[in-house]
Design a protein around this ligand. Structure first.
Ligand code: C2E
Ligand code: MG
Ligand code: MG
Ligand code: MG
Length: 272
């Protein structure tokens, strides 16, 4: 326990330094249409270029950053870089592709959030409809979070997409879909992993897909890793897929090569 606490404290100290040294950077993971394989967007996932430990993924430091109240600073830093990334997508011939941002509960409760996001899109001159905000069901559950809920409503009114991440793992799936201006759900990887071999998973996952369809929101399935999993979803009513099978999260500079390779593999997807 003590070691863990010490490790977390050291990590928090390192995050502060890393922020000063500009060691954080978003990586981008592609999302494609389930039927046409057309590229529909990218999810931005923060990475830390740690001077000693190398490249760290979000799951390795986001919990520590949340504990140390540093996640808000990281989220703010990501906004501007992520908004600017849409101009790269334009140049790659993807003028409609969206970019999704993960926003922590702490950041969502902050009253400055809406202005901050609006000025970021303004500065870059990007349409808010190209930016999606990913939230967790737990953010919407807590009724002490009126400010978060007001922020979500304002962002939706301004045109930002609002998405429920890790769908199916929380306890508020249905009420959230009824009560919030959700535009897309992202079905969690736990409902995907091993779907080609499991006996009960396919029916459960298809029920979640139906749920999204019946509420009139887009349904994306995340964590599609291999060909067997990909094949399974071809025959379902989900709208989009994301996962290692499509592409790993990558730095902005590598997007153009990935886009080119994907278009070669799926020539029909060229028609935007
Ligand atoms: P998430 O938003 O649900 O992101 C999905 C995670 O699964 C990412 O891990 C991604 O790299 C990984 N992943 C994607 N496809 C596959 C696959 O096919 N197989 C497997 N096994 N994994 C896959 P990552 O980047 O470590 O992010 C972890 C979590 O950290 C994210 O979960 C998100 O909740 C949070 N996060 C990431 N970036 C940010 C950020 O900028 N701000 C905040 N507040 N949270 C962030
Ligand atoms: Mg996410
Ligand atoms: Mg997720
Ligand atoms: Mg997650």
């Amino acid at each position: 326990m003590r070691d863990e606490a010490l490790e977390r404290a050291a990590l928090a100290f390192g995050i502060r330094e890393g922020l000063e040294r500009g060691e954080f950077e978003p990586y981008f993971q592609p999302q494609v249409d389930n039927k046409t394989n057309q590229i529909v967007g990218f999810e931005a996932l923060v990475r830390w270029n740690h001077p000693e430990l190398g490249l760290l993924s979000a799951s390795q430091f986001v919990p520590a950053a949340e504990n140390a109240h540093l996640i808000e600073e990281i989220d703010d830093l990501m906004f501007e870089v992520i908004c600017r990334a849409t101009t790269t997508l334009d140049k790659l011939g993807l003028p409609h592709a969206t970019v999704s941002i993960n926003i922590s509960t702490a950041r969502l409760m902050n009253s400055e959030l809406v202005n901050r996001l609006l000025s970021a899109v303004d500065m870059v001159g990007v349409d808010p409809t190209r930016i999606c905000i990913e939230l967790l069901e737990s953010t919407l559950l807590n009724d002490t979070m009126d400010s978060a809920i007001n922020n979500i409503r304002s962002l939706a009114e301004a045109g930002f997409g609002i998405e429920l991440d890790d769908f199916g793992t929380g306890h508020a799936a249905i009420s959230s879909l009824r009560n919030f201006p959700i535009s897309r759900i992202k079905i969690d990887r736990t409902f995907v992993s091993g779907i080609d071999v499991d006996t009960s998973l396919p029916a459960v996952t298809e029920t979640l897909i139906d749920l999204g369809n019946n509420f009139g929101v887009k349904v994306l399935v995340e964590g599609v890793e291999n060909n067997a999993e990909r094949k399974f979803f071809e025959n379902t009513m989900c709208d989009q897929i994301q996962g290692y099978f499509v592409g790993r999260p990558m730095p902005l500079g590598e997007l153009s090569v990935w886009v080119q390779d994907w278009r070669e593999a799926y020539p029909l997807a060229k028609v935007a």
